[in-house]
Design a protein around this ligand. Structure first.
Ligand code: HEM
Length: 394
C-alpha cells in the first residue's frame, strides 16, 4: 500500500493543447500505470479505473459531494441538488424527477425537431458554418427552455453568461476565473428568480415545481431555485457540448452514416455510444469523509477525489475495444451521465435531443463533414469546442 500521495509518472495536464485535442492516450496511461494517482496541482486523487469510479459514485456515505460534511462552508447560493447529499438531497431531487416525468417529452421532442430542421436548412445553404453557434447552441437553448417552460433569453447574451459559469468550473486550476464566475452566476440567479416571481400561468417543468412548492419553507424554496438554475445552465452547457462532440464524431467517422442508414433503429443506442466515446463531462469530484483504500492507495479523510468519467469510459476491463465506436454496443453502462445519487437529471431529455439530431441529419441528407480546423475550448471539466467548422452540404 502506498504510504503517502503517489504522484503519477504520467504527466496529466487537462489544459495542455495535446490533452484538449485527445485526452484518451494520457488517461489510458494513467489508468494502466497509476490508476489512483495524486495530482500535485489539482491537489486531488485522480481515479481512472471504471470499477473504482463506480465505487466512489455509489458510496455517497464515504465520498461526499457536500463539503459541509467535512466542515467546509458552502455559499448559500450554491446549495442545489448538485451539492446536497442524501438525506438532505432527497426532497429536491425527487421533486425535479417527478416534474420531469410529468412532462410531455414527445411534444418537446417535436418542437426540438422543428428547430433542428430549421437550423439545418439554414446551415445547408452556406458552404461552411460554425456549428456550435449555428446549431448546437440554439438547439440546446430551445430544448432546455422548452423543458423548463420558460421563454428563452437572447442567445448571444445568454451564451456569454453560460460560458463564464462553465469556465469557472475550472477555478481550481485558475483562480482568476472565480470572480467572473461569481458575477455570471449572479446574473443567472436574477434570470431564474424572475421565473419564480412571474404571475403568468406556470408551464413546463418549472411550472410543476412551483405549484408543488408554493408552501415550502425558505430553505427548501432556495434549494429549488438553485436547482432550477443548475438545470438551466448546466443542462444548456452540457447539451451544447454534447451536440458539438457528436457532430464532430459524425463528421470524422464517415462509416457511421452508412451504418445508421441501413439500421435506423440503432440511433438510440448509437447516441449513447457517442456519449461514451467522447462525452462532454470529463469528471467530477468528491471528498473522502474518512480514511479509505481505493485500489492499493490509502486516501485520507478530507482529501479530494476526482472521478474521471472519460477514463472510466475507455477502460478495457469494462468495455470491449474501448477506443472503437461500436454503435450497437450492448450493454453500455458508461458513466457519461454519472451514476448514483448525483446522476444526471436530464439524461432522458438529452438522449432524445441527440437522437432527434441524428434522425434529422439522416432524413434531410445533410450529414456533417469537417470544413476547417476545429478548436477545443480550454476547459478541463467540460470537453467542448470553441469553434467547429462544418459543412452540411451534400
Ligand atoms: C448529453 C448531455 C448531458 C450529459 C452528458 C450530462 C452529464 C451529467 C453528469 C456526468 C452528471 C453527474 C455529475 C456528478 O456526478 O457530479 C450530471 C448531473 C446533472 N445533470 Fe446532466 N448531462 C447532460 C445533460 C443534461 C440536461 C439536458 C440537463 C437538464 C435538463 C441536465 C441536468 C443535470 C443535473 C440537474 C445534474 C445534477 C444532478 C445531481 O447532482 O443530483 N443534464 N449530468
Amino acid at each position: 500500500m502506498a504510504a503517502g500521495p503517489l504522484t503519477s509518472p504520467v504527466r496529466y495536464d487537462p489544459l495542455h493543447e495535446a490533452t484538449l485535442a485527445d485526452p484518451y492516450p494520457q488517461l489510458a496511461a494513467l489508468r494502466e500505470q497509476t490508476p489512483v494517482a495524486w495530482h500535485e496541482v489539482m491537489e486531488c486523487w485522480l481515479i481512472t479505473r471504471y470499477e473504482d469510479c463506480l465505487r466512489v459514485l455509489r458510496d455517497h456515505a464515504t465520498f461526499a459531494r457536500d463539503p459541509r460534511r467535512l466542515g467546509i462552508p458552502v455559499p448559500e447560493a450554491q446549495l442545489s441538488v448538485q451539492i446536497l447529499d442524501p438525506p438532505q438531497q432527497a426532497g429536491v431531487r425527487s421533486l425535479f424527477m417527478t416534474a420531469l416525468h410529468a412532462q410531455d417529452l414527445d411534444a418537446l421532442q417535436n418542437s426540438v425537431d422543428a428547430v433542428i430542421r430549421d437550423r439545418l436548412q439554414q446551415c445547408a445553404a452556406q458552404p461552411v458554418v460554425e456549428a456550435m453557434r449555428e446549431l448546437a447552441q440554439p438547439v440546446a437553448l430551445a430544448a432546455i427552455a422548452g423543458l423548463l417552460g420558460v421563454s428563452p433569453p437572447s442567445l448571444a447574451e445568454w451564451a456569454a453568461i453560460s460560458d463564464t459559469v462553465m469556465r469557472s468550473m475550472d477555478a481550481g486550476l485558475n483562480p482568476a476565473l472565480i470572480e467572473p464566475g461569481r458575477r455570471a452566476r449572479a446574473q443567472l440567479s436574477d434570470l431564474v428568480a424572475s421565473w419564480f416571481t412571474t404571475t403568468g400561468r406556470p408551464t413546463g417543468l418549472l411550472g410543476q415545481v412551483r405549484a408543488r412548492t408554493a408552501d415550502a419553507g425558505p430553505e427548501q424554496a432556495a434549494y429549488v431555485r438553485h436547482t432550477a438554475r443548475v438545470m438551466f445552465q448546466g443542462g444548456y452547457s452540457t447539451l451544447t457540448a454534447a451536440l458539438g462532440n457528436l457532430l464532430h464524431t459524425l463528421a470524422c467517422h464517415r462509416g457511421i452514416r452508412g451504418a445508421l442508414s441501413e439500421r435506423p433503429g440503432l440511433v438510440h443506442r448509437a447516441v449513447d455510444e457517442l456519449v461514451r466515446f467522447d462525452g462532454p463531462v470529463q469528471g467530477t469530484t468528491r471528498l473522502a469523509t474518512g480514511d479509505v483504500t481505493i485500489g492499493d492507495v490509502r486516501v485520507r479523510r478530507g482529501e479530494k477525489v476526482t472521478v474521471l468519467f472519460a477514463a472510466a469510459n475507455r477502460d478495457p476491463a469494462a468495455f470491449h475495444l474501448p477506443d472503437r465506436l461500436v454503435l450497437d454496443r450492448t450493454p453500455n453502462r458508461h458513466l457519461g451521465y454519472g451514476w448514483g445519487t448525483h446522476a444526471c437529471l436530464g439524461t432522458v431529455m438529452a438522449q432524445r435531443v441527440l437522437a432527434v439530431l441524428v434522425d434529422t441529419l439522416l432524413d434531410t441528407q445533410t450529414w456533417p463533414s469537417p470544413a476547417g480546423t476545429a478548436v477545443r475550448r480550454r476547459t478541463a471539466t467540460m470537453r467542448t469546442f470553441a469553434r467547429l467548422p462544418i459543412s452540411f452540404q451534400p
